[in-house]
Design a protein around this ligand. Structure first.
Ligand SMILES: Nc1ncnc2c1ncn2[C@@H]1O[C@H](COP(=O)(O)OP(=O)(O)O)[C@@H](O)[C@H]1O
Ligand SMILES: CC(=O)N[C@@H](CCC(=O)OP(=O)(O)O)C(=O)O
Length: 288
């Protein structure tokens, strides 16, 4: 027999309670991307979930992608779209478009939505408050991929100030000392932010169920793995999963307690991962 609604709801709350206690006062970095960013209903639920996190005393920091939007604008302009090992090959025009789309459009859309759900958010990119200092990076095979940035330094001051009163929302572009702008993969940016802040947890929302042992088999999710095991497998990992797993390794080796890859297509995936016993997706942990 199904229990009455009130009993069920209290059960859910009681299940959440130890997790709310565990996460109270902790910084959680959320890489926002994939389906949760493209589906209108999921977009609203994401904003509500982040606001709820802030309400229960967690310090959420959002770092977002927007690769599909960048691609759409490039195609409108008839510019070639090319990725190497999950990183977009970026000439100066591409960086300009990435900056316009991520900072001007995607970032402000997220800020507006979080605002509307009851907590004020502030949008930033790597240039604001000297948040990121970037340098040019090559693809893992050494290929030149243009103005793709790697983050050399994160100055967390602006984030800690903003996070006192607002939910920071960070777009993954930045510049070097000479003022050259770079397109930075958002997974890498999230990992670097989590590491620099000494975050408790970093969560990557995406459009698959997690890291799949066999990319063509959605049932083959690897539920728990150590950062060392991921590092050993990294050369064999292709596409968008590579920068994500690489960011998990970076965060864990930098002292973050856990990194999770979560299916953003599941409504309220953030809350399910944080506040229920089941958890979802792939959890990367330090070696025991
Ligand atoms: N082993 C793997 N497990 C899961 N996804 C994989 C794997 N290898 C490649 N991928 C690809 O990585 C994609 C997720 O990365 P990406 O497209 O960059 O997502 P996001 O926009 O969320 O950052 C998946 O949709 C899938 O096509
Ligand atoms: C260098 C590089 O690849 N930059 C990414 C930045 C956006 C991003 O990472 O978006 P997702 O998280 O949605 O993939 C790009 O141009 O697509």
């Amino acid at each position: 027999m199904t229990p009455p609604a009130s009993t069920r709801d209290v059960g859910t709350l009681l299940e959440a309670l130890p997790y709310i206690r565990e996460f109270h006062g902790k910084t959680v970095v959320i890489k926002y991307g994939g389906a949760a960013m493209t589906d209108p209903a999921l977009r609203e639920e994401f904003a509500r979930d982040v606001v709820l996190m802030k309400y229960v005393g967690i310090n959420p920091i959002v770092v977002h992608g927007g690769g599909p939007d960048i691609t759409a604008y490039m195609e409108r302009l008839d510019l070639p779209v090319e990725f190497v090992a999950g990183l977009r090959v970026s000439d100066r025009d591409t960086v300009e478009i990435a900056k316009m789309v991520l900072v001007g459009k995607v970032n402000k859309d997220i800020v507006l939505r979080i605002n509307r759900h009851g907590q004020p958010a502030v949008g930033l990119c790597g240039d604001d408050g000297l948040l990121f200092r970037a340098a040019r990076k090559s693809a893992p095979g050494g290929e030149d991929i243009g103005y793709v940035g790697q983050i050399e330094r994160v100055d967390t001051d602006v984030l800690t100030h903003v996070a006192q009163d607002y939910i920071p929302v960070v777009a993954s572009v930045g510049a070097d000392r000479d003022g050259n702008s770079y397109n930075i993969n958002a997974d890498e940016a999230a990992g670097a932010v989590a590491r620099a802040l000494g975050a408790y947890k970093v969560m990557f929302l995406t459009d698959v169920r997690g890291w799949l042992r066999d990319p063509s088999d959605p049932e083959s999710v690897i539920t728990e793995v150590t950062a060392d095991e991921v590092e050993a497998a990294l050369p064999t990992i292709a596409g968008g999963m590579r920068p994500k797993l690489s960011a998990c390794i970076d965060a864990i080796h930098g002292g973050v307690s856990s990194a999770v890859i979560v299916d953003g297509r599941v409504p309220h995936s953030l809350l399910l991962e944080l506040f229920t016993d089941a958890g979802i997706g792939t959890m990367v942990k330090p070696a025991p």
